[in-house]
Design a protein around this ligand. Sequence first.
Ligand SMILES: [Mg+2]
Length: 168
Amino acid sequence: MLKRFFPDLYVDSIYHIPYETLKKNQIKGLVFDIDNTLVPFDVATGDQRLVTHFKELTRLGFQICLVSNNSEERVTIFNQDLQVEAIHKAQKPLRRSFKKAMKLLKTNPKTTAIIGDQVFTDVWGGNRIGMTTVLVRPVVDRDEWITKIKRGLEKKILKVYLKNSNNQ
Ligand SMILES: [Mg+2]
């Protein structure tokens, strides 16, 4: 019942993702959420570490697409230094933007992973379409008001998830 909200992987940050393992599992496309996954929601652009990280991922052979529920302006400014595929106003967890991302990346659910900080948008959306789902801890505790509301329930789900994964 709760499984639809469980990620395949849960890591501290995008820098802790086992990318080589993803690659071995035929993942070719990486779909990244922006707000509180790559940068705090109220910070306009990524730092040098992020730019370097994306270059490294590209070098490893991954294709990258940003998929954000945020505005066109937010996504365009954020993407200026990165220059990857990008979708704004994505309306995650709806499937539409995930499909659009896979079209841009020329991948399918089996070869695509979604990486994000929210259970009810990133993980649920990714699971609905059959992608590999990677949940990261939010980069900061600050959240937009709408996200704040969801975090309480999210915590409860993660507690069950962690209990399950510890028992395996
Ligand atoms: Mg987010």
